[in-house]
Design a protein around this ligand. Structure first.
Ligand SMILES: CC(=O)N[C@H](C=O)[C@@H](O)[C@H](O)[C@H](O)COP(=O)(O)O
Length: 244
């Protein structure tokens, strides 16, 4: 195991992220902002605003952003949308690490990975090359299992996304607090954190760092919220309004 490289990276990443904001810059295939050029611009915008770290999807986006910044990068690769889809194979884990991620995020729910690999396999191989592993979980039990498998960070990322129900509107802050109480590894608050108050509360509950995605980097979703609010406005009874 490449202990010195791993320990050095762990110190550097955690020092940079403790109590601070990570911005997740992701756009799916088919979205107008999809592609490394757009995501690099998005990432640079987040850094200009003071982000301390970035979460990026796909080796191409990770490499494009790694070329322009030294801040900690959490990389993942979404493959499919069913079961374990966050960096679900050893091949995808290696690709994200080779692209320059400091931390590779993988599904940590215990669902079967399509190539039969386990979270412990991911940890073993990534630690050999000095790369950290973040387990994206949906429950405290999964977080405990991920810590036992050797994960360096555990995120609340998948809460609300493992069953058939639509995810709730707000973040799962109770899970963030429960993970922070149960685990000794750093907890990452992630998922539907939509306001600065949510982010502050997550830290107060014991999260080491906070990842915000859509509330900052998904203009279509942000626009939708405004449009829905206008559509939902009560009909005016003020006749002066009509006259203008
Ligand atoms: C569930 C899942 O696949 N989450 C993904 C994980 O990388 C991303 O789609 C999210 O945008 C990210 O977790 C940040 O969350 P939010 O965009 O809600 O702030």
């Amino acid at each position: 195991m490449n202990r010195p490289a791993l320990d050095e990276r762990r110190l550097r990443v955690l020092d940079a992220l403790r109590g601070r904001l990570v911005v997740s810059c992701q756009a799916r295939d088919g979205e107008p902002l999809h592609g490394p050029l757009h995501m690099r611009a998005m990432a640079l915008s987040a850094l200009a605003g003071g982000a301390s770290g970035l979460r990026l999807e796909g080796p191409d986006d990770v490499a494009a952003v790694r070329a322009v910044t030294t801040v900690p990068v959490i990389g993942l690769w979404k493959i499919g949308s069913e079961g374990a889809y966050i960096t679900p194979t050893m091949e995808s884990v290696r690709a994200v690490a080779s692209a320059g991620a400091d931390v590779v995020a993988v599904d940590g729910t215990g669902r079967a990975r399509p190539d039969g690999s386990t979270l412990a396999d991911v940890v073993r191989e990534m630690h050999q090359i000095g790369v950290l592993v973040m387990a994206d979980v949906a429950s405290v039990d999964q977080g405990v299992a991920a810590q036992e498998a050797g994960a360096d960070l555990v995120g609340s990322t998948l809460s609300g996304y493992v069953g058939d129900d639509a995810p709730p509107v707000g973040p799962d802050l109770p899970l963030v607090g429960a993970l922070a109480s149960a685990l000794s590894v750093p907890v990452v608050a992630e998922g539907r954190i939509s306001t600065p108050e949510h982010a502050r509360e997550a830290l107060a509950l014991g999260a080491t760092t906070v990842v915000v995605g859509g509330a900052i980097t998904r203009p279509a979703a942000i626009t939708e919220r405004f449009v829905a609010a206008l559509d939902a406005r009560p009909a005016t009874t003020d006749t002066s309004e009509v006259a203008r």
